[in-house]
Ligand binder design. Structure first.
Ligand SMILES: *Cc1c(COP(=O)(O)O)cnc(C)c1O
Ligand SMILES: [Zn+2]
Length: 421
């Protein structure tokens, strides 16, 4: 049973049957999947969802896939009450939605890829690919390997080693392209046209983006079918933020949660913040930038759906903030030390932006706040390697260990004295 009616242009409303097409034939606007919500009423319920598998496919009725083909263990990641971090920030109801442990490649991208590749198989494609800042390539390569599909992943030439190896291990054809993500994306549009492959975030984009809703569905279900008052979300190409907002609105429309007017906030790196700039100016024109930041996974200077991020933020009454590379690294360390979670710079950006929004009073300290952690720090070791003191080496003798403790204590006392000045 599928509730999908077809594709509908977000701009002019033009409708077509579901096919692998992302740009409107009439106005060049983006197509989005349209559902029959009236038919879902009374059938898609909290109970029907709870009966589903413990994966993102428990929300299958709200996704554009009849029969899932991959991603049976993706999604349903922890929503973690972050009390030690909350204490640090002076708030009380703070949660992190932790996709740093998403299966199998440790980022939020498993959600969009599970849906896009299932759909690619349904459409009869034997080759999939993507334009990626790293995590998408990892996920596409892994899911394609599992499905036995041919796979081409295209990335900017200057990504972290963890992101490169994290794709190569699965055996795709990987191409590093001299240029920014925007150059990679443009090339992939031409490749999709010429070779007729399923490029998940190009010609399968209407299906791909729907997968991101599952991040929002899970937050609501894990909060006991309630929406958080504030959700802080990183923005790269602009898929996840509007889709979390859409997920919340769908649950409201189906009567599965109460409408508490949830606010959504965009987080970007200061070295690539075209959407946050637009939000601050109050003008819905996203001026492209040339990225320069350690947050490479979200370094997209000309985001495809930046306009829709702007709209969701404004419509919800939210805001946006950006974080410098220094603030990003400090936030990565803070999350690790308070919550035992190692995130990559995208997560550091989101936490750093959330801290600013809380300090500014835009997010009230006593409200429910969810911080979106979308990727894993093990893949981006470069950004912390010079930040951490390498461990000492001693002989396997208790006396040496005793000596080490004494020396550590002395250093701690000295440091305390210094900071007291
Ligand atoms: C891709 C990505 C995002 C967000 O990307 P959108 O294109 O805006 O959906 C956020 N965090 C990480 C770690 C990512 O890989
Ligand atoms: Zn149109």
């Amino acid at each position: 049973m599928s509730y999908v009616l077809g594709l509908k242009c977000k701009e002019c409303g033009h409708r077509i049957p579901a096919k692998p097409l992302h740009v409107c034939e009439q106005c060049f606007g983006p197509y989005e999947v349209e559902y029959d919500y009236a038919a879902m009423k009374g059938k898609v319920t909290r109970e029907s969802i709870a009966k589903g598998p413990k994966s993102l496919w428990r929300y299958k009725d709200l996704l554009p896939v009849a029969t899932p083909k991959v991603g049976f263990h993706s999604g349903f990641t922890p929503l973690k009450k972050a009390d030690r971090l909350a204490k640090e920030l002076g708030c009380r109801n703070l949660y992190i939605k932790d996709d740093s442990c998403n299966y199998p490649t440790y980022s939020y991208k498993e959600r969009v890829v599970s849906v896009a590749i299932s759909k690619a198989i349904e459409f009869g494609f034997d080759t999939v690919g993507c334009a990626s800042t790293g995590n998408l390539a990892n996920s596409v390569a892994a899911h394609a390997a599992q499905a036995g599909l041919k796979c081409y992943v295209m990335i900017p030439h200057d990504l972290e080693q963890g992101k490169v190896l994290g794709s190569l291990i699965f055996g795709p054809t990987m191409v590093r392209i001299r240029g920014t993500y925007d150059d990679v994306n443009r090339l992939c549009t031409e490749i999709a046209d010429k070779y007729g492959w399923a490029i998940v975030n190009v010609n399968l984009r209407p299906y791909y983006t729907e997968g991101a809703k599952t991040y929002g569905f899970e937050i609501a279900e894990q909060l006991g079918w309630q929406l958080p008052q504030h959700t802080v979300v990183p923005t790269a190409g602009g898929t996840i933020l509007p889709k979390i907002y859409k997920a919340y609105q769908e649950l409201i429309q189906l009567g599965l949660v109460e409408d508490n007017k949830p606010k959504i906030y965009s987080a970007q790196a200061a070295g690539c913040n075209p959407v946050v700039k637009a939000i601050h100016k109050g003008i819905d024109i996203i001026e492209p930038q040339k990225p320069n930041t350690i947050a490479k996974s979200i370094a997209i200077g000309n985001p495809a759906d930046g306009y829709y991020v702007y709209n969701a933020v404004k419509d919800s009454g939210g805001w946006g903030e950006s974080a410098t590379d220094r603030e990003i690294v400090d936030a990565i360390k803070l999350l690790a030390k308070t919550e035992g979670v190692w995130t990559e710079p995208a997560g550091g950006t989101t936490l750093a932006a959330a801290i600013k929004l809380i300090d500014q009073g835009r997010i009230p300290k006593d409200d429910t706040i969810v911080i979106s952690i979308t990727g894993n720090g093990l893949k981006t070791q470069e950004v912390v390697v010079d930040e951490l003191t390498p461990p000492r080496v001693i002989e396997a003798k208790l006396t040496e260990f005793d000596q080490l403790l004494v020396e550590n204590q002395a250093t701690a006392v000295k440091r305390e004295a210094l900071t007291a000045v």
